[in-house]
Design a protein around this ligand. Structure first.
Ligand SMILES: Cc1ncc(COP(=O)(O)O)c(C=O)c1O
Length: 433
């Protein structure tokens, strides 16, 4: 096939101008083989045609390799990853110990039975590792496939334990896309088209003492992110968190903390709630929990969790939840995090970012550990800076409920040198506006 035919076939499959530009960019590189070029065009087109889309303008990067803190695209271009798969790759992409653990588990067994029936060593060992590193009351782990499923399970547990129905959540919170999780996310724009959703859900102002008055004897649970992630790193006061804990205790309400993004060291402590000196009744984990593979969990006292064993029996079940390969990967990742004392470096890295990111275009920085929202005057400014960063080799994006803010949520292993490089690039992008 010659060059003209390739271009012609590219045009006839309705590619956008952007795609053609990217195609030509790849094609212009003399070392690319024709096979590679055709593959590139096809994959992109197939992605748009056959992968269910979630927005009219997906990022559509074709990543061919990820390692540590770096991503590589189909053109061989390297990016420092400030997204980390949205707080997933806490110990970096493809850590060798995680890969080894996955291989070992693959050699033993993959799926053998639905969740909770057989004794599967990776699940048992991971539950023990988590419990050993949590307060004594968080000792029983229910593994799920995703964060949203863990949210669903926790809401069911709260209703079952308390015999109450009201669920309280907070404005600007994100908890997942399934119907129960969607019912409690704190933004009407995302909920409205899918009504009816769960009844008896109340959304309150986050970090407001006044809002705590709404929690009453009829509230089954309060679900909150320990630190609001997609709201743009909104950190509540310690006093408020402690008042919330107290109010829940006083009203017989379960306090459920969503640490799907806050967990596994991102805030500078292993668990986000440690920063506030409180202990939730139920802790929800996901994202980094699986070391790069899909895994979620809700964790509570066994006395509470046992409610799922009766009336009805099998009160919450899943086929693949706690998949042995995902648990094996998760154990390996958590061991690396703890043994290599990665968390000890977080506060210094946060400080380094903050000290370097000084520019008149930056209107505010909100941060909590290696988790930062760099705010600009508008979404348009933010978008231009994000696009420029990506062009210059830094992968970032914005937050769901904070479109004016650029996301810094890198693998926790990001080096000082990489932080300096990233900051230079962000400042360069600001200067070039
Ligand atoms: C704070 C928080 N909770 C829950 C979820 C839902 O997790 P999942 O996408 O694994 O269902 C997310 C996902 O981004 C999240 O950030």
């Amino acid at each position: 096939m010659n060059r003209e035919i390739v271009i012609f076939s590219c045009l006839t499959i309705h590619v956008s101008r952007l795609q053609i530009r990217e195609f030509l960019c790849v094609f212009a590189q003399p070392l690319r083989s024709l096979r590679e070029i055709i593959f590139f065009v096809n994959e992109r087109e197939l992605f748009l045609k056959h992968i269910a889309q979630t927005s009219p303008s997906p990022l559509a990067f074709e990543i061919t390799k990820a390692e540590g803190c770096l991503l590589y695209d189909i053109k061989g271009k390297e990016y420092i990853d400030l997204i980390g798969g949205i707080s997933v790759a806490n110990i970096g992409h493809r850590h060798p110990k995680v890969i080894e653990a996955i291989k070992q588990q693959l050699d033993a067994y993959m799926h053998v039975m639905v969740y909770g029936e057989f004794i599967e060593s990776p699940q048992v060992q991971y539950a023990k590792l988590l419990a050993d590193n949590l307060p004594a009351s968080l000792n029983s782990v229910y593994f799920t496939n995703s964060g949203a499923e863990a949210i669903e399970g926790s809401m069911k547990l709260a209703k079952r334990i308390t015999n109450k129905t009201q669920i309280i959540a907070f404005k600007n919170s994100y908890h997942g896309s399934t119907q129960g999780a969607l019912s409690i996310i704190g933004d009407e724009y995302w909920r409205n088209s899918f009504r009816p959703l769960l009844p008896d859900v109340l959304h309150l102002e986050y970090n407001s003492f006044e809002s705590l008055n709404e929690i009453s004897e009829r509230t089954a649970c309060v679900i909150t992110e320990t630190v609001q992630a997609e709201g743009g790193i909104i950190v509540p006061s310690k006093e408020w968190m402690q008042a919330l804990r107290k109010k829940c205790l006083g009203t017989g309400t379960l306090l459920i903390l969503d640490e799907i993004q806050a967990g596994f060291g991102r805030t500078g402590k292993l668990w986000g709630f440690e920063n506030f000196e409180i202990i939730p009744d139920v802790l929800i984990l996901g994202k980094a929990l699986g070391g790069g593979l899909p895994l979620g969990a809700f964790i509570a006292d066994k006395k509470l969790m046992d409610a799922f064993t009766e009336n009805p029996v099998l009160g919450h079940i899943t086929t693949f939840g706690g998949h042995p390969v995902c648990c094996a990967a998760g154990i390996a990742a958590m061991r690396v995090l703890l043994e290599e004392k990665i968390i000890d470096s977080i506060k210094a890295k946060e400080e380094l970012f903050r000290s370097l990111l000084v520019h008149k275009k930056i209107t505010k920085i909100r941060s909590f550990g290696l988790w930062m929202a760099i705010e600009f005057d508008s979404f348009e400014t933010n978008k231009k800076i994000i696009d420029a960063c990506i062009n210059l080799g830094v992968m970032t994006d914005w937050f769901l409920f904070a479109p004016k803010s650029l996301r810094i949520s890198p693998p926790l292993i990001i080096s000082e040198e990489q932080i300096k490089k990233v900051c230079n690039i962000i400042l360069q992008a600001c200067n070039n506006l």
